[in-house]
Design a protein around this ligand. Sequence first.
Ligand SMILES: Nc1ncnc2c1ncn2[C@@H]1O[C@H](COP(=O)(O)OP(=O)(O)O)[C@@H](O)[C@H]1O
Ligand SMILES: [Mg+2]
Length: 404
Amino acid sequence: MTNGEAILEFRGVTKSFGGRAPAVRGFTLSVPRGQLVVLIGPSGCGKTTTLRMVNRLIEPTAGAIWIEGRDCKTYNPVELRRRLGYVIQRIGLMPHLTIADNISFVLRFMGQPPAARRARAAELLEMVGLAPEEYLDRFPAELSGGQQQRIGVLRALAHDPDIILMDEPFGALDPLMREQLQEEFKRLLRTVSKTIVFVTHDMDEALLMADVIVLMKDGQIVQVAPPEDMLRNPADEFVASFIGRHRVLRQASEVSVADVMIASPAMTGAANGLARSLELMRRRRVNSLLVHDQEGRFEGVVRQADLQQHIEDGDQSPVGSLADRAVEALSPSDSGLTAMHRLLEHQRADSLPVLDENHRIVGLVTRGTLVGLLGDALRVASGVQDLNVADPTLPAPASGEMAP
Ligand SMILES: Nc1ncnc2c1ncn2[C@@H]1O[C@H](COP(=O)(O)OP(=O)(O)O)[C@@H](O)[C@H]1O
Ligand SMILES: [Mg+2]
């Protein structure tokens, strides 16, 4: 990590917009080739300003930025943009252009013929698992927010720049979509080796993505460190509290399903009658039951509305015949974060069974459980250790109890 290897160097960069304190002050940083550097800090600390000085959307008041051993002032703007890719939060796709044309937008200005541009767009789409034949000719409005943001990233990669600047690229997405794109982007980065300057205000994102984190406050750098080092040795109180406040999801990922699940969910044997199962539901005040076979193995889920309907229809079959088997299950060792993902993916399910390796029911995770988990993560983040989240609304039956 010597200066010699640096592809991007900030040398005492200051930017002042006028009378007040400068937006960026004496910013000095050396970015080695191939690294992903995350600039993080509270809103208004100067992250975007720093990034925009690299591609010369704005000019520093003092100091200089060097790219590949040359002051970026010596590049003409077109030459400079070719070396840089830029991704912003407001995706910025052009609504009247197809996905193919959006992705290859810069290539057009570089004089590439249409067929080559289309081929490049197809190649990039494949890298993020979007079928080219399906997406090349669509328009941005026909894509989900997450898909649009993927296109925004691909567009920055299309001309194969050395350095990619990303300003809160996933900031407009909901947390789960964001996480999916973060993972995907990390995977993508392993195949294309790029130097990335990535701006975020989300410490979870920084911890996930960064080789090096640059924490800023009031236009200045407070600490530069790899994630592990920053967590272990925060430079000061500001860093410590900034890490703490943003660690909720991280905590959720460190808690296991076994820690938070309801260990005695309402269940019914597959051979039980419908009316009996419905009564069980009423008494447990739940609107679904896990159905198990004689060995306690998961047979499916039965829902109150279905039971009622079939009882009214005079159906005499056992409850097992109504069990919905198309339900995803969790394992006790899954993380709380995984549980959240699965529940949100499955809009239909209010809860997911937790099964052991023999497919036996060992617990249940509900949306309510996860609210408890997040509350817990918040308490842990603020220093209170209390991981007991047994569900107080459910009676604790004798161990191993199942409806006969
Ligand atoms: N074009 C501008 N004119 C005047 N002030 C600006 C301009 N751009 C940013 N600022 C100010 O500079 C500071 C840093 O802004 P910015 O770099 O956007 O912060 P961040 O991206 O970290 O939220 C803020 O106080 C902001 O109001
Ligand atoms: Mg910003």
